[in-house]
Design a protein around this ligand. Structure first.
Ligand code: ADP
Ligand code: MG
Length: 478
């Protein structure tokens, strides 16, 4: 068989893609892609896991093939072969083949559990060859390479990676906001893990709640100096869930000074919050302005495709055997957030293990019946409600989510919120989030408005009832 060598074209393709996509995106997906061999009409490249392969295929296969065609003038297809890095490196068996086992991947760094230990001296980036203890406050599995990127979190993830690579320089501070279970803590800790792995920086990760408690305790025990020293002399300060600071004026003051000390010293600060800063209540204006400085990025709920990709990733990490149709079933039925996706999978996996049975679609349906039936899930999504009401009122879903305040839109929006409150179990915070990131008090206010009009206008009740009927019909069909 003739040997075909397209490696030079491959290299040029990679160089061009790197320029086009930029360093961050490229380093997430392409660093782990390696040319192996070629035939007349195809090139085979190594990927470190099937998860990577699927992601690369869906995102970049066309791009790569088009570039190759431009360069070679031939229609070359690209094939991917899963070559777990561990095996390639030292022949050891790895329990999983996730890309974090690669010593070349700057995204994953050296956050692998010690057991995997593959980093061959010499091939690792300078200064990172030795193994490093994990950071005491950070979960070792909250790394970039375990963070699946979809359109819902693309921007946030890239920003986080940029920050991790150049702490204190690129964006400062960074605030990541979004609803519960959407990956804020994971992303924040990925920044911490990355910096920890690649430098000697001093990093503190702390929840706003613990920060508050420590602050109160240190004032009571006259240990303010120690407290100040602890937080004002770090290289990166990661504070999770700052919405907790609402009304905590004393802690806010302290954080304000901590912020300025770190900011002026060009130290990295990262915050997370469950809502946009503009919707925080009882926060001093000067602290709010600090939160808003730098970059604010949001995380949205993942779409179906990303949900399936996340499930596949988790399954690989669990080393479980789950048929595609089961993945699709969960992906379709669990649409709220990633935490819910994980718990559905964990439940199913535990059952299958316990019973010593392979996971089938029947078992999944049976075991996850309650999860799927929960009104939080697609059974009745907020989007269905928005869709039906928008259609009925001759508006678009974006009208309902957006900022416009014409009487017609305001009424439709209030109706949608009121009905969602009645027929789903979403909290007002979640509903606010689904209506363009509004505050939960806006949702409460809308519900009150509708209740008032029901009292004032006897026809209102039947309007609402018929809308509810239409929504339920639509939902049953879809
Ligand atoms: P939040 O802090 O926003 O409530 P977390 O960061 O705790 O959410 O995420 C909830 C769970 O979902 C965690 O186990 C996390 O690892 C996982 N997760 C979130 N986003 C992703 C993602 N994009 N890819 C893989 N796992 C994710
Ligand atoms: Mg969190």
């Amino acid at each position: 068989m003739a040997e075909w060598d397209y490696e030079i074209f491959w290299k040029e393709t990679m160089t061009q893609i790197q320029t086009e996509l930029g360093e961050q995106e490229f380093s997430i997906w392409f660093i782990n892609l390696e040319y192996i061999k070629a035939a007349e009409k195809s090139i085979t490249a190594a990927v470190p896991s099937s998860f990577y392969r699927d992601q690369i295929k869906s995102r970049y296969q066309n791009l790569i093939e088009n570039k190759l065609k431009e360069l070679t003038g031939k229609e070359l297809t690209i094939e991917f072969e899963v070559v777990p890095r561990d095996k390639a490196a030292d022949g050891q068996k790895s329990p999983e083949a996730l890309p974090n086992n690669s010593e070349k991947n700057p995204v994953s760094g050296k956050n692998t559990p010690p057991a995997a230990g593959t980093a061959a001296a010499g091939s690792a980036p300078a200064g990172a060859a030795r193994k490093k203890d994990r950071h005491p406050q950070l979960r070792e599995d909250y790394t970039f390479d375990k963070y699946v990127i979809g359109e819902n979190n693309n921007f946030a993830a890239n920003a986080a990676l940029a920050v991790a690579k150049n702490p204190g320089v690129t964006y400062n501070p960074v605030l990541i906001y979004g609803g519960v279970g959407l990956g804020k803590t994971h992303l924040m800790q990925a920044i911490g893990n990355y910096i920890h792995t690649n430098s000697e920086s001093k990093i503190i990760y702390i929840s706003a709640e613990t920060f508050t408690n420590e602050f109160i305790q240190s004032t009571q025990e006259n240990k303010m100096t120690a407290f100040k020293n602890k937080y004002r002399y770090v290289d990166a300060l990661l504070i999770d869930d700052i919405h907790f600071l609402q009304k905590k004026i004393g802690t806010q003051e302290e954080l304000f000074y901590t912020f300025d000390a770190l900011y002026n010293a060009k130290k990295q600060i990262v915050f997370t919050c469950d809502r946009p800063v503009s919707e925080l209540k009882d926060i001093t204006e000067r602290l709010r302005s600090r939160f808003e400085r730098g970059l604010n990025v949001d995380l949205q709920p993942p779409n179906y495709e990303t949900r399936c990709a996340i499930l596949k990733n988790k399954i690989e990490a669990l080393n479980a055997n789950v048929p595609d149709e089961v993945i699709e079933l969960i992906g379709k039925n669990v649409s709220t957030n990633i935490r819910d996706l994980e718990s559905a999978l964990t439940k199913l996996n535990a059952y299958a293990k316990l019973m010593g049975r392979p996971m089938t679609i029947e078992i999944a349906q049976q075991q996850l019946k309650d999860v799927f039936a929960s009104p939080r899930q697609t059974n009745m999504s907020i989007e269905t409600i928005q869709r039906v009401i928008a259609e009925e009122k001759d508006l678009t879903i974006n009208d309902l989510k957006g900022p416009k305040r014409t009487a017609k839109i305001v009424l439709a929006r209030q109706l949608a919120m009121y009905i969602a409150r009645e027929i789903t179990e979403y909290s007002t915070t979640e509903l606010g989030q689904a209506f363009g990131g509004r505050d939960h008090t806006t949702v409460m206010h809308s519900c009150q408005k509708i209740e008032e009009s029901i009292r004032a206008d006897p026809t209102m009740d039947s309007t609402i009832e018929s809308l509810k009927r239409m929504i339920k019909e639509y939902n049953a069909k879809s």
